[in-house]
Structures are given as C-alpha cells and as structure tokens.
Design a protein around this ligand. Sequence first.
Ligand code: SF4
Length: 468
Amino acid sequence: MCGIIGMISRDDVIKPLALGMLAQQHRGKESAGVALLNSGREMVIFRKMGFVNELFQEYDLMGGKYDTHAAIGHIRYGTTGNSTIKNAHPIYGKCKFGRIAIVHNGNITNLASLQARCNESHTLINQTETDTEIILHLIARSQETTLDKALIDAVRQLEGAFSFLLLSKHALYAVRDQREFRGLVIGCTESSYVFASETVAIDAAGATFVREVAAGEIIKIGLVNLEAETIMLWGMDTPPLARCAFELVYLQSPASTRTNTRSEDIYSVRQRFGMKLAECFLDKYYNRIRQDLFVPLPDMVIPVPDSGNQAALGFANMSKIPFEPCLIRDHYSSRTFLSPKQKHREYGVRTKFHPSPHLLAGKRIIIVDDSLVRGTTLRWVVSELLKKQCFVKEVHVCIAAPPIRHPCFYGVDMKSYDELIAAQKKEAEICDFIGADSLTYLPVESFKKILGDSYCMACFNGDYPVQV
Ligand code: SF4
C-alpha cells in the first residue's frame, strides 16, 4: 500500500502538497514524511510516525517557514521492514549526484539478488529495512555520470511493482514499472505539476488531472523552467499490464478515477461489483425456491462501511431489497485492515462499528463487504454485534470480490497463506467461522469480466505476472 505525492511549481507547494497527502491518508497510517527544497535549494526531510496532520503540526510546516517550490510526500503502510521511523519515507542519501530523496509505493521483487550483486563489489551497508533503499544504492553505484542516466541504469535493474518519485536539487522525477502495478497519475495547474498515487490527491491539490504515468516511463520536471521530459525505458516492448485489482476493491478512494480517462470512477466500479454480486445471490435464492424450499427474501441490504458502501448500494439497486446503512462506522477509530498487528486489528474492530438495534431486531439481513482477507472484522460484526446484541434473525454475507487465496508480493500486506482465511478454509467452513447463514462471493470470472484484461489478479487466482 502507501501513498505518494510530489509537486513542483513556480509558487509555494506546501499547502497543496498537504491537501494531497491528507486525501491519500486512507493508503496508510503508520508514518508520514516530506522532503522539500527550501529557498536556498537545500533539501530538508521531515518524518513522523502517525498521521499526515501530526507531521505538519509537529514541524509547523504550514507556518510559512519554508518557501518551497518542489517537494515529495509519503504516507506509509509498510510491506517490507518494520513499522519504525528509520523505515519511514522519504528515504534519502547523499552521493556523487548530491542529496536525493525518494518516496515509493510497491515491492521490488528481485531485492535479494540486487543486494547480493551490490555485495559482490563492496559490502552493502543498509540504513533501513526497506526495499526502496536499494534504488538509492543502484543510483549511487552506477558508472553513469549524470543523475538522469544513473536513474535509467538503476530502474532497468528493478523487477516487480514500483511507482516512485525522486527529488534532487535540480529536478523531480516520476517513475512507474513496466506493468503499472501501482497507480501514478499526473495533474497540472498553470504554474505547477503534481504526481500522486490517486486522482483524488490531484483534485485535492487543486490541479487538473492530465494522464497516468505510462508503463516503464520516467518523467523529469526541471526546477528552473519546469520543463518536462519523458523517457520510455522499454519503448513499446513492455509485457502485458498487471494493474492491482485489489486497489479497485479496497485500497483506492471511491472519489478516484480508475484509468487514464475520467470515464469511470472507483465508486461506479464498486457499484458494478455489487450489482453482479446481487445477481449471484438471487440465483442461489431462486434455486432454493425452485426446490420448493420456503425461503423469505431478506429485509434489507447493509454495507460494512466505508469500503463496502458502493457495492452494497449496487446490490440493493439490482435486487430491489431496501438499502439500510444502519451499521455506523466510528470515524475516530482506524481502518482495521491497516493495523499491522493482529491484536490491534481485533481491538480496532470492537471500537469501529456501532449498529442501530431498533432497526435490526428480528430482521433478515444481507451484509455486503468489499473483500474478506482475514475474517476478523466480519466474524465479530456478524456473530457478536448483529446476532447476539441486535437479535438479527438471519445474516447473509455477500463479498464483492472473489476469495483471496494467495499472498501478494507486489506491495499489499497479504504476505502468507496462513493469514488468508480463504487459503485455509473451504467456503462452508468460512461461513461457519463468521457465524453467517450463507456466504456468497463474486465469482472470479464475473470479477475479471468487469475489470478487463489489464489487471493482476494473483491473490484471487494464483496467476502471478512476475515470479518471485
Ligand atoms: S496479488 Fe492481489 S493485491 Fe497484489 S498486486 Fe496482484 S491484485 Fe493486487
């Protein structure tokens, strides 16, 4: 996960950068950090464990102390390395090209072989436990004589998922891997360029969305004249795209846009997942009716907020079962899946949801969630909250994505088969575990049909686009 943003402008960039970072807070909450060039063009780094607003408050970044025209920012949810300040981005260093700082989203899958290669010539001394640091080592060790060429040399050696921004004293660079695993979009105003993981950050920064950074593209914006240069590293010779499908299911803001057009936002995609899911649920329901089983239609469709909202709305519209968002999310506690430790997750679930008992008592309900990773949230919501506390008669769980059966090696924190409930249990066992009366997933074929061909679906179908 993680969110990145970078801005270069004739005007001060701190406020729009802060707004863009806040708009991407949903991508991680472990740490936040900024690298900026001050009025003397010296690079200054600020990093803090916690949220974006805490970073800006702690260092009084909005107080007008820094007249900065170029900066990069990062919101971290770590997938390589522990949750400590030394692993917070920006990762930075000084080399023959001066001071450089980098913010990265993704996972470099050939990290071990790159580290071994570096160790052949000199012992590699790492300052952090991140995979990102190897990019700085590769740049510093390159035989090339300019930063532009050393960056190209470094990127050609990387494999896996990487969208990153690099800031030097002279330029801002935006880089995206050959398969477009993680998002990276460009926006502009009359006097600035903005790069971000999602379009919602471009909007929040007050810029206009232009396009995505393409597969295998490096874009450089020079600090003096804001001149843009672009390099296609592999020309047209790139492998099939493998954009992360889980970004659409869960990670991205529903206010963001799906592709390099404004034609479809994440909100609408999730509604379509919900509509198809409703068809699957109703198929099962009418099958039972055909078998002469008396099965009353459920009374209401309830989303697991917030990431289940749009799918539940699509479900309700398609099924004509009333939409009733009566499981209230406490917005002052955090996203459960984004808590790295399991005990924190369980505690998070207990403080996160509050149902409306008078609406729920004696009802048959369908509860719609975006995905089922570990099962922690739904188990507690279904068995403890809805059935035991609110006396709900029946709970039918519907998941607006296929079962997640395989780990992710490209930058989402689903690292092992052990932690994935669908890798450990059959559907009927999962249904029992969460205490539901029925469980319906969106079938993988329907999911693929909605997404199209340019997506990685490895955690759903085991078909890994890059071997690890
Ligand atoms: S394996 Fe899943 S989570 Fe990882 S990049 Fe592919 S679709 Fe996204």
